[in-house]
Design a protein around this ligand. Structure first.
Ligand code: CMP
Length: 140
């Protein structure tokens, strides 16, 4: 299996409730290594660009408002099969459908305030992590 890198966000509902350490413990417990991490307050322009693929969706404006409502923690995660492994440990987008033990089952408040984001493919991971990190900031 290949060593991959994926992109992760701990969302404003997680920082507001002081859950970043608990969520990182679940991520690390799944065998993923946090090789870059920083706390930022996304601008509206950054959130609109990052979620550009959803711009025609009914939830887009609310999503941008939510993602800029407080600080987030952006991360790069590394490990074997990291993209799929991270999606498994996050659980389903809607916490009502998330499996026991997943981050969203444990912590998410709603489909919008769902605590974490993770890339859905290796290709998107490379694009997404480049939005927020220079190569020199990623220390494997
Ligand atoms: P995320 O993985 O960050 O990618 C897009 C986000 O849109 C998703 O997680 C959800 O938090 C958010 N979202 C809000 N409403 C919906 C919805 N009805 N369907 C899918 N995603 C939604």
């Amino acid at each position: 299996m290949a060593i991959e890198r994926t992109f992760s966000i701990l969302k404003p509902d997680a920082t507001r409730r002081n859950l970043t350490g608990k969520i990182n413990a679940v991520i690390e417990g799944a065998g993923l290594r946090i090789v870059a991490q920083k706390r930022i307050h996304m601008t509206t322009a950054q959130a609109e660009a990052f979620y550009g693929v959803h711009s025609e969706r009914g939830f887009f404006r609310d999503l941008v408002t939510f993602m800029t409502s407080g600080p987030v923690v952006v991360q790069v995660l590394e490990g074997e099969n990291a993209v799929l492994k991270h999606r498994e440990v996050m659980g389903a987008t809607n916490p009502a459908n998330a499996d026991e033990g997943t981050i969203r089952k444990l912590f998410a408040e709603s489909i919008e305030a769902n605590s974490v984001h993770g890339s859905d493919s290796l290709e998107n991971a490379a694009t997404e992590l480049a939005y927020f990190f220079a190569g020199t900031e990623i220390v494997g």
